[in-house]
Design a protein around this ligand. Sequence first.
Ligand SMILES: [Zn+2]
Length: 180
Amino acid sequence: MINSDGILDSAIYIESPFYNQRPQGTEINLLVIHCISLPEGQFGTEHIQNLFTGKLDCCADPSFACLQGLEVSAHCVIRRDGIVEQYVPFHERAWHAGVSSFEGREGCNDFSIGIELEGTDCSEYTDLQYQALVNTTQQIQVNYPSITLPRIVGHSDIAPGRKTDPGSGFDWERYFSKLA
Ligand SMILES: [Zn+2]
């Protein structure tokens, strides 16, 4: 269930400073699936949480240099063990999509919800992640019924040429078969 604060009952809520209001009157009708790992390919670290809360030590790994000053977030992160962390209430605008468009409409952050799976483009996701993703999606669909299957996409679909996540390791058929 999503509570009156826009937070999933089943999630661990960790507030991010990186969000703002959606344009007034915007219907939320798109779900964007991403993946992230920090450093790339390493799982279970605190770095994702630190990135989304503005606390990342950019010297902790050489690959973090390019993340200096980056202000990004997602509504939820689903860890390898299926734990769901929520960073931004669903009715607020998280900063996950960047330059993007869906069916000709630009700025997908305005009207979408973003979920990050802890992983990489080419590694398989865990059973627990699929279970948690299906469960989270179903709960989101209760509150936002306009998010139908054709309106659930990958970051790569709304930012082609710029983004590749969630990658070939993500099994869309498996995910959609559980939602249907
Ligand atoms: Zn992404």
